[in-house]
Write a protein that binds this ligand. Sequence first.
Ligand SMILES: *[C@@H]1O[C@H](CO)[C@@H](O)[C@H](O)[C@H]1NC(C)=O
Ligand SMILES: *[C@@H]1O[C@H](CO)[C@@H](O)[C@H](O)[C@H]1NC(C)=O
Length: 448
Amino acid sequence: MWVRVARALRALRRAALLLPLALTALALLLLPRPPPLAPSPRSPSAPAPLREEPHVQVQQNVITEPDYVAGHEDESTHLPWFMRGGDRRPAQHEPEAKLFPEDAPGDDRVVQQLMYTLPKNEKVPIKKILLANGFGAWGVAAGRTEFVRNKCPVDRCTLSADTRDAATADAILYKDHHTPFNVKRPLTQIWILYYLECPYHTASLRPSSVDVFNWTSTYRRDSDIVAPYERWVYYDALVTEKDLDRNYAANKTKKVAWFVSNCHARNRRLQYARQLSKHIQVDIYGACGSHHCPRTDPNCLEMLDRDYKFYLAFENSNCRDYVTEKFFVNGLQHNVLPIVMGAQASEYAAVAPHNSYVHVEEFASPEELASYLKRLDEDDNLYNSYFKWKGTGEFINTYFFCRVCAMVHANERRQRSAHYGDVQAWWRDGACTRAEWRTTQRDTRDNG
Ligand SMILES: *[C@@H]1O[C@H](CO)[C@@H](O)[C@H](O)[C@H]1NC(C)=O
Ligand SMILES: *[C@@H]1O[C@H](CO)[C@@H](O)[C@H](O)[C@H]1NC(C)=O
């Protein structure tokens, strides 16, 4: 009897020990895909004239691309795989997909790249991508993990950081710098130059390196593989606003906030903020102002939600398409209206949710901006009109390496060949200005 009880107890204990394991295994089986381990390499957005780019794009896809409409009863309720809860994956290979800059000038093609897949019935060889700066620079592991873990629609790639692969890799990704490997370059090998920062904050390449790159990957929308800081996608391209269920002005007692540490930005944003503060309350937090709130304290950003009506999302440089997390995260992801300075107004319009910000260059002077802000401060309806985009979409993970893999395969299928004759000129000429955009002539723009 006791023996039996003891045995039963042992069995129970064993079961209890195994249960978490079993549950983990089950969870692994059931989970659609693990969340990204590290923030994916931030990517920029596309540079196009005044239009709601994600819109137009997605809409076209819904209407014209057979793999988007075929099959299911209620396709419209299925979000694409790269959105939260999404399960819609590309159904078939589209040889004409708009993946490369020349396919869709002015468009970042991020969604099309994520929805590209290879023919199902072909045996596709694995492409080797060499990371010239090592794995640490990217937060990824060797091999196919990155592609398989993320369930990339095109996952026939492997990552290497072994310099002995330089002669055989299908593509080499260089981050910020270019140090050539001492081996003969195969004709089909694709060299990619990646920049995270804007031209003022990237080092110049050696003259011998300016004409060796096939592709670029930067936040610029005319890069081959656009890597935006954040990418907004609507759930439904036709629905860009919603009725509000709250008053975003409620309980706010303060006007303009700004968190800033670099007081000597090239675009003279501090001078602008000081001018603005002559006409409306501007609380400057950090080294350049009199208010203090440590960066690491989450209450600082909560303060934006609770107390402030406006936030100065001023970039440190006025460069083409240069829109960073200062806008997307500090601004848009809080309940505060971002006032923006950095890229041109039309470039913000192309990447921001509909009616979600105010651009300083919409106003002739800081004083005029201040009077508009005062008007918004007094008119809750007008103020709230800038928050109707909330809940109509989300900032997606742009799965950078999924797209690199898709592009390397697509390039070969198309027998496409491309190269930058002078990648430094492409990156720098006319890209930035120390003045306002509206007073800047092309030929006087800053070369860095
Ligand atoms: C404003 O304050 C009131 C009272 O503290 C609170 O009930 C309400 O939720 C607040 N509104 C917002 C939008 O935070
Ligand atoms: C890559 O660029 C080189 C010149 O730098 C060129 O010779 C080669 O054909 C290009 N390859 C592809 C695949 O575009």
